[in-house]
Design a protein around this ligand. Sequence first.
Ligand SMILES: [Zn+2]
Length: 66
Amino acid sequence: MADLTPTPDRPGLHVSKPSPNAPPTGSAVCHCGATATATGDAQVKALVEGYTSNHGPAHHRTEARR
Ligand SMILES: [Zn+2]
């Protein structure tokens, strides 16, 4: 199985739930250098929302406005 965890070479957002009884985990790496990890439903949700609104595609929106 491929390693889907984002790295600086392959930035992105990845969320996984290893087993039904384990909390979900998430990791995000942005091309700007920001990295974050989260464990548990609330933290993963915050990670996804923060990454989506501040990093990844959001950088393109900011640059387009200049
Ligand atoms: Zn970023």
